[in-house]
Design a protein around this ligand. Structure first.
Ligand SMILES: [Cu+2]
Length: 263
């Protein structure tokens, strides 16, 4: 009545998945991918943190946590890509004759669905976690930060100026007392700059005719770098200065030395 092909049952999605994961190229790529994923998870959790700027504020701590979590979330995707790349590299064909044709490539619906759902979930996790963190970040809280010390930050080709309106001091160095919230009110007198006290984990636009806000709480004594993170002209690269997180006593002394008055 009918030929052989008509009698053969259509493979179920489960069959197709099983068959796919039994292929030797898939098994090898998967093993490489798992190794790469584990290495990236370990790097993200341990060594990676050493390559980041020193943590000197609450915000820098939050940023580092975010970077680590994002590294973990993207590690499996990296594993898939590098796993396949590694398999391909190790099984490359050498010599003058071209490799023989492999079997024809056909779409495997269940596999496409599997990786689409998994990567979408990973991306969704990153988006939700990122938005949650952003909502609790310095930009979201700056205007509400109560009893924070206000510092007016002004970008000017190519120097930063810091004004402490409550203390009557103006400076080109950013001195801050430890463990006290500071609210940066940032603007520019000329082109667009970006205020970036690196180890404090703050980076915010400095625009003319507008004021932007960010706040943080320094948690570690010592010097930090202040840079401009927006290409702002010929000497952009030199638009940097130092800052220092000080004890309250040292900070008060510094304020008095600058001719200001302590609060
Ligand atoms: Cu600049």
């Amino acid at each position: 009545m009918s030929g052989h092909n008509d009698v053969e049952l259509k493979p179920t999605p489960g069959d197709r998945l099983t068959k796919f994961f039994r292929r030797s190229d898939v098994i090898q790529s998967t093993i490489f991918g798992v190794i790469v994923t584990i290495v990236f998870v370990i790097l993200g959790g341990k060594f990676y943190t050493q390559w980041m700027p020193e943590i000197m504020s609450t915000d820098m701590k939050a940023i580092e946590k975010l970077m680590v979590v994002f590294t973990w979330i993207s590690a499996p995707v990296c594993g898939v890509v590098l796993g396949i790349a590694l398999y391909t590299f190790l099984n490359r064909h050498s010599g003058d004759t071209p490799p023989p044709d492999g079997p024809a490539t056909r779409t495997n619906g269940p596999i496409v669905l599997l990786w689409s759902v998994v990567t979408s979930l990973l991306a969704l996790t990153a988006v939700i976690y990122g938005i949650t963190e952003l909502n609790s970040s310095s930009i979201a809280t700056a205007k509400n930060a109560e009893d924070a010390m206000v510092v007016n930050v002004v970008g000017n080709q190519w120097v930063w100026s810091f004004e402490y309106p409550e203390l009557g001091v103006q400076s080109h160095e950013l001195m801050l007392p430890i463990n006290r919230a500071v609210a940066f009110h940032v603007t520019s007198v000329d082109v667009n700059h970006s205020f970036w006290p690196v180890q404090l984990g703050v980076k915010i636009d400095a625009n003319k005719l507008a004021e932007t806000f960010a706040d943080t709480t320094p948690t570690k004594l010592g010097e930090f770098d202040v840079k401009c993170a927006e290409l702002c002209g010929l000497y952009h690269a030199y638009m940097e200065t130092t800052g220092e997180v000080m004890t309250k006593a040292d900070f008060d002394n510094w304020i008095l030395e600058q001719g200001g008055h302590t609060a």
